[in-house]
Design a protein around this ligand. Structure first.
Ligand SMILES: Cc1cc2nc3c(=O)[nH]c(=O)nc-3n(C[C@H](O)[C@H](O)[C@H](O)COP(=O)(O)OP(=O)(O)OC[C@H]3O[C@@H](n4cnc5c(N)ncnc54)[C@H](O)[C@@H]3O)c2cc1C
Ligand SMILES: Cc1cc2nc3c(=O)[nH]c(=O)nc-3n(C[C@H](O)[C@H](O)[C@H](O)COP(=O)(O)O)c2cc1C
Length: 583
């Protein structure tokens, strides 16, 4: 039977659609590829400005393997962008999440691209750790004859800027691969440099004279479901500090309401929140720079520049733009990297003052980036709202009281009725399983936020799978976040079990990993029965301690060697039953 591939909704008249269908319908794959390439060639030549040349005969597109190592989705999205551009240039891309990478795939690749983010303190994204270690290990295959390129994503605020992209780039070369496009290290405002790198990479990787003539058209591909990930305004309709007045912490529950409906988020997704800087900090900074009267700069700094981060790059820019001798010495003697730890831009200006104009000061800043917050609600329960749980970051360093930009914006300058700008950050790697599956959730502190969404969703969908929550914080009486919600959920069955660890209620500090160890027999029983294990919250120590506790639990309960117990957890990770969203 003949197909009618051109839909009635195509931007042609009805009789034109019939005509096209008569030609395209019975065409072979080869003829379609030729036609697609020919039409793209016309576009590339300037929409008919140049007389079309007879097209070359169709030839199979050349394969390109794109591997991404991503935690919050940026590298994954760029991998998609690269694939799209590659397809238009005679390449046939295959995208692989590094979480699923088998190293043997590298040896068969002729062209290889890695797009890799760095997390923690210079570590790979959690899902990519296994394959990353294998790539760095002795068993990694030789890559002679493989052409490669690496795009690194990171944040100059971290000492180990783009460390993972850099290490992968070095490793691929050491294994014999041929670097045919130089690595680019991107900061948080990566859109432009990443876009440019994609253009360069495709140019370098595309077969000669591809010129848009060969396009692999995946007729079977389904468009991704549309999700509104635009920045939207929301009104704060609930604003509650969940800690008691005697707590040394401040954790704000925000309920946001969206005009015209909440964006279509899912449990496990986050919201990017666009903060404003503390005007008092900006005033101090402008004063230190001798630019106090500059109202235009002040407004720009409050709304849209990152005026707190101090990176090595900032120090270098300061040295070169001002010629400050002491700053130059700091850099020349290799002390700058250590000096910036725990310091902010204001420390640089105040410690090494020099005449600055507005442009020079502005050039020391980058765009103010949004901060991600796990969504603590399910749309099935809260309708057009989204809830967030935000812990105020406050600390002291080098004799100055410091405040986190976004969390203090929320904790100190917003109130009920105010409006904030947010954007959904989908996370399909931290989603609920089928409703009949058991779930174990480990979420101390603000790590509990997505699990409130999970529990709400499971209640609303009448899921039959059991839920077990491990929560922890400092004090039972002052810091039991969402205590009433958990009590209700335990009563109505949306939650089956809950274990809590309050670290400062006892002389010996008790954390969630200790509770996991105490409950190890049942824990392993749940996991053997197919339960999924979710961890959310602090990446620096909690997530590592929790994983180590689970490895020890396997070793103890099943009488396994440490290696076999580690393997049991690796198996959970490979089966996507050990899921993390840590920060
Ligand atoms: C996917 C994801 C989900 C998240 N979910 C949540 C959530 O649900 N709730 C939540 O509260 N946060 C969450 N976060 C963290 C959040 O995005 C912000 O990082 C956090 O609120 C701090 O942002 P800030 O602008 O207040 O601080 P910033 O201005 O970004 O300052 C933070 C920086 O200050 C420095 N710093 C902080 N404490 C100290 C210290 N004690 N000593 C020295 N230096 C220090 C560190 O350099 C740190 O990177 C999440 C992060 C991610 C990536
Ligand atoms: C908790 C956390 C830790 C990070 N650690 C680093 C780091 O050590 N070095 C770095 O260059 N970038 C670091 N970053 C920045 C990320 O690499 C950057 O946000 C990147 O765009 C994320 O890409 P992804 O969405 O593909 O995971 C960190 C970000 C977060 C939230």
């Amino acid at each position: 039977m003949e197909m009618s591939p051109i839909p009635k909704t195509a931007p042609f008249a009805e009789e034109e659609i019939d005509l096209l269908n008569r030609v395209v319908g019975p065409a072979s794959a080869n003829q379609r590829a030729w036609l697609a390439g020919f039409l793209a060639g016309l576009d590339a030549a300037g929409a008919g400005a140049v007389a079309p040349q007879p097209a070359a005969p169709a030839r199979p597109a050349e394969p390109l393997t794109i591997i991404y190592a991503s935690e919050s989705g940026n590298s994954e999205k760029l991998a998609g962008d690269l694939a799209k551009s590659a397809r238009k240039n005679g390449l046939k891309p295959t995208i692989i999440d590094m979480a699923d990478l088998e190293l043997s795939a590298l040896t068969t690749a002729k062209r290889l691209v890695f797009i890799a983010a760095t997390w923690g303190e210079g570590e790979p994204p959690a899902r990519a750790i296994r394959a990353y270690n294998e790539l760095m290990g002795e068993g990694a295959p030789r890559l002679e004859g493989v052409e490669f390129g690496v795009l690194a994503l990171g944040d100059t605020a971290y000492a180990e800027f783009c460390a993972i992209g850099k290490k992968i780039d070095e490793r691929l070369a050491a294994l014999g691969g041929k670097r045919i496009v130089d690595r680019v290290d991107c900061d948080l405002d990566f859109a432009e440099p990443a876009g440019r790198w994609i253009g360069d990479a495709v140019k370098a990787l595309a077969p000669p004279n591809a010129g848009g003539r060969v396009i692999e058209v995946d007729f079977g591909a389904k468009p991704a479901p549309a999700l509104n990930t635009d920045v939207v305004e929301a009104e704060i309709i609930e604003y509650v500090d969940l800690n008691s007045s005697r707590s040394d912490k401040e954790t704000i529950h925000l309920a946001l309401s969206f005009e015209g409906g909440a964006p279509a988020y899912e449990p496990g997704d986050s919201l990017d929140l666009y903060p404003e800087n503390d005007p008092a900090y900006v005033d101090d900074l402008l004063k230190a720079a001798g630019l106090s009267g500059d109202e235009k700069l002040r407004a720009d700094f409050i709304k849209s520049r990152d005026v707190t981060t101090l990176s090595l790059k900032t120090v270098e820019t300061y040295a070169s733009s001002t010629g400050h001798q002491y700053v130059k010495t700091l850099l020349d003697e290799g002390q700058a990297k250590e000096w910036i730890v725990g310091r902010q831009l204001i420390d640089l200006i105040a410690t090494f003052p020099i005449a600055l104009d507005a442009e020079k000061l502005r050039a020391l800043t980058r765009p103010l980036a949004p901060r991600a917050y796990s969504i603590a609600s399910s749309r099935r329960e809260v309708g057009d709202e989204a809830h967030l749980l935000i812990s105020a970051v406050r600390y002291e360093s080098h004799g100055r009281a410091r405040k986190g930009v976004a969390s203090s914006y929320v904790a100190e300058r917003l109130k009920r009725g105010d409006r904030v700008r947010v954007k959904v950050k989908p996370n399909k790697h931290f989603a609920l399983p089928a409703p009949d599956k058991d779930i174990i959730m480990v979420g101390p502190g603000t790590g509990v936020a997505p699990f409130r969404a999970f529990v709400q969703e499971r209640r609303a969908t009448e899921a039959t799978g059991r839920g077990w929550l491990f929560f922890g914080d400092r004090h039972f009486t002052h810091d039991f976040l969402y205590q009433l919600d958990w009590q209700d959920a335990l009563k109505d069955g949306a939650l089956t079990r809950m274990d809590v660890a309050f670290s400062r209620d006892t002389p010996e500090k008790i954390y969630v990993q200790h509770k996991l160890w105490d409950r190890r027999a049942e824990l392993i029983e749940w996991l053997d029965g197919g339960a999924l294990f979710y961890v959310c919250g602090d990446a620096k120590s909690m997530a590592k301690d929790v994983r180590a506790a689970l490895v020890r639990a396997y070793a103890d309960v099943k009488a396994l060697s440490p290696e076999a117990a580690e393997q049991a957890v690796v198996t959970l990770e490979r089966e996507k039953r050990y899921l993390q969203d840590t920060y």
